[in-house]
Design a protein around this ligand. Structure first.
Ligand code: ARG
Length: 458
């Protein structure tokens, strides 16, 4: 007999039973479900809806069930549909009559909303911690590579020299915003929905604030219809997770081409690379590629969830059951990616000589030469044109800035003097950019200091 079987005369079709049951995946919420039920039972006893003895029997029964689940002694029943009814059924089998009172003034609709919120209240800080671990590696590497000159790119064309420290700290900033987004999301997760009932609350004299206090929530939901049908907080988390993955994926992409023979900026540790079954010489950046690939599946969950929600009338609809697999898989994916990406990056060896050599190849100092002319009084647009023709001249002759004599410089503009040669070195290009947010070692040193303060607070 189903817990809800009273108004039915025939049993559920076997196919339907399997189709609508969520126990295979929502058993992951058992701890939250039990914590929510214990708080609910305490409240029921406090307001006199059940006796203190019934309250105690329920709580003891639930704690034993939790221990049994953790010890692997519980087999869940697909017929009992989901984690909520499985636990209620187990409880009533164990403690009898009192168990039947647990669901007083409650619905699975507010119960599942509660469970998910409790679950994310635990998981968001766990993701934040893993992310902070990666940020720590970025900061440590940056501190080691303050003076490591590398080419900076736009359009993947060599643009201006930067340092590896500055490049890595750019990712620190991205992940810092991701941290803030997670905090922000957590703020809206931290709302207690119990008491909303199925959709319209209850006629019984419950105490919602007491439940919220018991469970450590900052607030209670303000509208019962909203409380049972809202999954914005899931979408927000999936969006925050998508951005983390997007940032990881961009860094993964750079790791991939930096480790190519053509770039040669980085060599991954053997422990974080893989070989080929056919080509004996290969060493592949599979970890970074998989992280890049798994980004797509997290985006998929975000899009999927938005699509599930878009046409739903108030209040609860069974469509909402689709939230859980999307959320769980996203959590597993993001945490799994962070866990392996962090040591992969920490153990990578940067080939600083290659980076340095590449940074002075080409015309990476062109903007600096133009700014040299600006300092001598030439309007920037004119300086740009002068240096442009200089580049063209060099390209035609197969030479670089460094090869030009002072006479050649001066033939293009009398403003050039001996001090132009000092402007051409990549170190000078980088050191000259000592503005807040710039790549000069001093500026990046300050960014690193700030980053360390931020990390100490996470
Ligand atoms: N398993 C359901 C879910 O995940 C729990 C809520 C079911 N409520 C209902 N009225 N069918 O959403």
């Amino acid at each position: 007999m189903k817990l809800w079987g009273g108004r039915f005369t025939r049993t559920t079709d076997r196919l339907v039973e399997d189709f609508h049951s969520s126990i295979s995946f929502d058993q992951r919420l058992y701890k939250e479900d039990i914590a929510g039920s214990i708080a609910h039972a305490r409240m029921l006893a406090a307001v006199g809806l059940i006796t203190p003895a019934e309250g105690e029997a329920i709580i003891k029964g639930l704690e034993e069930i939790r221990a049994d689940i953790e010890a692997g002694r519980v087999t869940f029943d697909v017929g009992a549909e989901d984690i909520h009814m499985n636990i209620e059924k187990l409880l009533t089998e164990r403690i009898g009559e009192a168990g039947k009172k647990l669901h007083t003034a409650r619905s699975r609709n507010d119960q599942v909303a509660l469970d998910l919120r409790l679950y994310l209240k635990e998981e968001i800080p766990a993701v934040k911690k893993l992310l902070a671990g990666l940020q720590q590696v970025l900061v440590d590497l940056a501190a080691q590579h303050l003076q490591t000159i590398m080419p900076g790119y736009t359009h993947l064309q060599k643009a201006q020299p930067v340092t590896l420290a500055h490049h890595l700290m750019a990712y620190f900033e991205m992940f810092y915003r991701d941290q803030q987004r997670l905090d922000d999301c957590l703020d809206r997760v931290d709302v207690m929905p119990l008491g909303a009932g199925a959709l319209a609350g209850t006629t019984l004299p419950i105490d919602r604030e007491l439940v919220a206090r018991e469970l450590g929530f900052k607030a209670i939901s303000a509208n019962s219809l909203d409380a049972v049908s809202d999954r914005d907080f899931v979408v927000e988390f999936l969006a925050a997770a998508s951005l983390i993955m997007m940032h990881l994926s961009r860094l993964a992409e750079e790791v991939i081409f930096w480790s190519s023979e053509e770039f040669g900026f980085l060599e991954l540790d053997d422990a974080y690379s893989t070989g080929s079954s056919m080509m004996p010489q290969k060493k592949n950046p599979d970890v970074a590629e998989l992280v890049r690939g798994k980004t797509g599946r997290v985006y998929g969950h975000l899009m999927g969830m938005l699509a599930v929600l878009k046409g739903l009338p108030l209040a609860y609809n069974k469509d909402l059951q689709e939230d859980k697999e999307a959320l769980f898989d996203t959590l597993d994916t993001v945490k799994g990616c962070l866990m392996v990406f962090t040591p992969m990056l920490a153990t990578a060896r940067f080939r600083v000589e290659r980076m340095r050599a590449d940074a002075s190849r080409g015309f990476a100092a062109a903007t600096d030469v133009a700014e040299y002319l600006v300092r001598k009084g030439l309007p920037f647009r004119e300086a740009h044109a002068v240096v442009g023709s200089l580049v063209l001249h060099c390209l035609r002759e197969g030479r670089s800035f460094q090869d030009l004599s002072l006479e050649e410089w001066q033939s293009l503009s009398p403003l050039f003097d001996n001090d132009i040669f000092g402007c051409l070195e990549a170190e000078a290009c980088v050191n000259g950019r000592n503005l807040p947010g710039g790549p000069a070692p001093e500026a990046v040193g300050k960014a690193i200091e700030r980053a360390r303060e931020i990390l100490a607070g996470i």
